[in-house]
Design a protein. Structure first.
Length: 308
């Protein structure tokens, strides 16, 4: 293989990880928001702010579900993410396992039928299906792919996407005009049950759990550590001083700031921490692109689509 071909494959795998994780994150967020809408508590501007959409006035529940769940032509929708992941996977079928490819292919082909059912019975079944298929995808990747660079790029993409989404949710939650209750925030992060078992529902420890917990796989700390480990294995550090890998350096700095953060002052430090987390997602994504994906001149925020 030429270096350019290897670079394109690496980028494709990285974005498969991001797209599948993003579809899962949107499904979780939308499901929680729909439950709130049933009791007249949801402000859809909150959801749009979380996902980085701007310029939509007074969206209705129906238009939001259509745009964020079903519209495959919208890159920031669930269907759009699944479509992009499947199209990317089709180009690297010799790299991913057959089970991983079949998972994405079946998921994409089943979505129209799931949408028909959702239009009759409500969207919750559709959203649950997407969450289950995302979990199946990552489970199959873990179970059937060698722990080589291909697998590492998938996990790296998933990890950065998780950091970005949790930071977005906490940023919007911290704004008084968009405030959610902590239980719904935990549900949107997929953390409600694990948090309850760990901290017995103590709301004072929600930020600690979502940001700092080392054992919960969807926490910011765990995702940052996983991303840093993937980068360390992709490009082992032979520097005698400093860190030449810009992505790993940026992730390491923010991880260390969380590692030694004072839990008692976490609420006061939250605005600065969230700003740093969202910034590091952009910096790391651009640095990864510059280092590994040299065949295209691409840049932008973490929520733009890749050129693959």
């Amino acid at each position: 293989m030429t270096r350019e071909l290897l670079s394109r494959i690496a980028e494709t795998l990285y974005w498969i990880g991001r797209y599948v994780e993003r579809s899962d994150d949107i499904a979780r967020l939308l499901d929680v928001s729909l439950h709130r809408a049933l009791v007249g508590q949801e402000d859809w501007a909150t959801v749009f702010a979380t996902l980085g959409h701007v310029g939509t006035e007074s969206p209705t529940t129906e238009t939001m579900v259509q745009r964020l769940a079903y519209d495959s032509d919208t890159p920031g929708s669930i269907a759009g993410c699944v479509r992009a992941a499947r199209e990317n996977a089709r180009g690297v079928r010799e790299i991913v396992s057959s089970e991983v490819w079949e998972c994405l292919n079946v998921t994409w082909n089943q979505l129209p039928l799931r949408q028909v059912g959702a239009e009759r019975l409500g969207p919750h079944g559709y959203l649950r299906y997407v969450r289950e298929r995302a979990a199946l995808f990552f489970g199959l990747a873990d179970a059937t792919m060698s722990r080589d660079d291909g697998w590492r790029f998938i996990v790296l993409g998933r990890s950065l996407e998780r950091v970005d989404m949790v930071a977005r949710l906490l940023t919007v939650h911290h704004e008084p005009s968009h405030s959610w209750n902590w239980r719904l925030l935990l549900e949107a992060c997929g953390a409600d049950e694990s948090f309850t078992r760990t901290h017995r529902g103590d709301a004072r420890r929600v930020l600690e759990f979502l940001l700092l917990d080392r054992l919960f796989p969807r926490s910011v700390m765990h995702a940052l550590a996983t991303a840093e480990q993937c980068l360390a294995e992709l490009t082992p550090d032979h520097d005698r001083a400093g860190m030449s890998d810009a992505a790993r350096a940026a992730i390491g700095r923010v991880r260390m700031s969380l590692e030694y953060a004072d839990v008692a002052d976490l609420d006061d430090q939250l605005p600065e921490l969230l700003t740093a987390l969202q910034a590091v997602c952009v910096i790391a994504s651009e640095a990864i692109t510059d280092r590994f994906f040299q065949h295209v001149a691409w840049g932008g925020s973490a929520w733009q689509t890749a050129g693959v």
